[in-house]
Design a protein. Structure first.
Length: 313
């Protein structure tokens, strides 16, 4: 059973997905995140609250930025390491959650390789416990979607009604792309283009309303933002991509290609990057890249989310 992520009054109980999250709720989180990104803090917001990062898949930026965000709100932070935990003795994720919850932990930031795994845990959590989806399978990565929107807002303004965005690459395996698509639609982006090899674009309705292309040069024409995706080789069956060289030739963002976009276009990538595959060093480290800004905004967005779920303002 998938639990509702809002309560009867419309307040967030969990953050599992941006799908059908109202525009006002997204904008409220982005406004608060912008406040934190400007250097404000709320050191007492989660005083006495314990938060656990429960990751069953690897992470660098999501896990660390959630830990930093929780610390900046005054929470006690527990970091669960699956490789040294009792899950190696066969304990289930369900029993792991209930065990840590019994210690008085109220906030869980959960990543799992299985679609829907975080929602399943939210369904068995106690009332008053809040879960944040830090990425499940290929389904959703809502705080990545929010931090991408905050980064776009800072660069292009809060009115997305004239914004042309292209999402490039391995959309099939990307929970980031799905959360970005939900957020861009909710915020009213003028045009959402999606470009990648046919083998890496989903055909299940995910791309409804998008302009789909397999020609990156054409897809970049005049865009305000290029959102590059990681080629997720660890989730891939053989044969989806002929070779990394071929992929780079057809779908890699180079400085020459980027000149097809608007002169002030910005480049995003959720990380970690496959340098020389989906993006060249020159673009990743160039003046139009906002990739490290995205990482910094991750702390601010995660502060806003944890405060909304667990704090008293
Ligand atoms: N973007 C992202 O989720 O990165 P990590 O896997 O390092 O957390």
């Amino acid at each position: 059973m998938t639990p509702d992520q809002t309560d009867d009054a419309g307040a967030l109980r969990h953050l599992l997905t941006l799908d059908r999250l109202p525009r006002a709720a997204i904008e409220s989180l982005l406004d608060r995140a912008a406040h934190f990104a400007a250097g404000h803090d709320a050191r007492e917001a989660l005083a006495g609250v314990a938060v656990c990062t429960l990751f069953f898949e690897p992470s660098t930026r999501t896990r660390l930025s959630f830990q930093l965000a929780a610390q900046r709100l005054g929470a006690d932070v527990l970091s669960f390491d699956a490789s040294t935990s009792s899950t190696t003795k066969g304990e289930t994720a369900h029993d792991t959650l209930k065990t840590i919850e019994a210690m008085g932990v109220r906030g869980f930031v959960v990543r799992d390789k299985r679609d829907g795994a975080v929602a399943e845990l939210a369904a068995v959590a106690n009332r008053g416990t809040a879960l944040v989806n830090a990425g499940d399978g290929r389904s959703a990565h809502p705080t990545q979607g929010l931090l991408d929107m905050l980064t776009l807002r800072q660069a292009k303004g809060a009115d997305f009604s004239r914004l042309k965005v292209v999402i490039v690459g391995d959309v099939l395996h990307s929970r980031v792309a799905r959360s970005d698509l939900h957020a861009l639609r909710a915020l009213g982006a003028a045009e959402i283009r999606v470009c990648g090899p046919a083998s890496l674009l989903p055909s299940d309705g995910t791309l409804d309303g998008c302009v789909v292309s397999h020609d990156l040069d054409a897809a970049l024409d005049g865009v305000d933002a290029a959102m590059m995706l990681r080629l997720q080789r660890e989730r891939m069956d053989d044969g989806l991509v002929a070779s990394l060289d071929d992929y780079h030739r057809d779908f890699g963002l180079t400085a020459a290609r980027l000149r097809r976009a608007a002169p002030d276009a910005v480049v995003l990538h959720p990380g970690p990057m496959n340098r020389g595959v989906e993006i060249t060093d020159e673009v990743a480290d160039g003046a139009q890249s906002l990739i490290l800004r995205q990482v910094g905004n991750g702390v601010a967005v995660r502060m806003a989310v944890l405060e909304a779920l667990l704090g008293r303002r």
